[in-house]
Design a protein around this ligand. Structure first.
Ligand code: MD5
Ligand code: FE
Length: 210
């Protein structure tokens, strides 16, 4: 379960019913004020993953309230039920009822991976808070590469994440390099509502004030 200090994997944390509800909520956001799209990178590339954000809009290297690189609309509100889900995630991952107290995620990146999508080795450093990141997987599984904080190369550990899995990245693991090198097509349960592909929700604390 504890992959590295502060990095905790809880397989099958979400019930099927919770996964179904999250798929419905994410479909609403994907077709909401800021439609899901492939994020453009500053050097001209485009991510293979499709992303929609709530609370704050992530653009590589900045969070804003409006999606100026998409349609200028303000992103959907971050719902309080998701704050509570994040708090329960920390309590369960760290097996400490108090671990989630005061946790106040204010943004989530909702990433949709089709069978070909990948995410290269990177660190998540655009937040001005070192609070933990809570990651939820629904649908097809993936190979998740958990690296080190010093380099984007070895040593790293490859793990499989499946539908319903929780992963919390806190403490010294908050700034570790990580990647999604491969989706495992056909491994999801269509009963979640997702016929194919992987949905990943990551809650974060931006450290920004309005
Ligand atoms: C994913 N998404 O599985 C991952 C889950 C992203 C992204 O990487 O940036 O959208 S979040 C994984 C994460 C967050 C913060 C720290 C660490 C991993 N880590 O130290 O390994 O689609
Ligand atoms: Fe990341």
């Amino acid at each position: 379960l504890e992959v590295a200090p502060g990095a905790v994997h809880v397989p099958g944390w979400l019930t099927l019913e919770q996964q179904r509800e999250l798929v419905i909520a994410c479909r609403g956001w994907a077709t909401g004020p800021v439609p899901i799209r492939h994020t453009k990178l500053p050097r001209g590339g485009v991510m293979s993953v499709r992303t929609v954000c709530i609370g704050w809009h992530w653009q590589p290297y900045a969070y804003t309230r409006t999606a100026d690189d998409v349609n200028g609309a303000r992103v959907a509100e971050f719902p309080h039920w998701m704050v509570e889900l994040g708090r329960r995630a920390l309590a369960d991952a760290y097996d400490d009822e108090t671990a989630g107290e005061g946790y106040a995620p204010d943004t989530a990146l909702i990433n949709f991976y089709d069978a070909q999508a990948k995410l290269g080795m990177h660190q998540d450093k655009d937040e001005r808070s070192s609070a933990p990141v809570v990651s939820l997987t629904i649908g097809d599984g993936c190979v998740f590469r958990f690296g080190n904080t010093e380099t984007r190369t070895k040593p790293y550990t490859d793990l499989e994440l499946g539908s319903g899995d929780l992963f919390v990245f806190g403490g010294p693991s908050r700034y570790a390099y990580h990647a999604v090198p491969k989706i495992l097509p056909g491994t999801g349960d269509p009963a979640t509502g997702l016929k194919s592909g992987r949905l990943n929700i990551t809650m974060r604390v931006t450290g920004l004030a309005d």
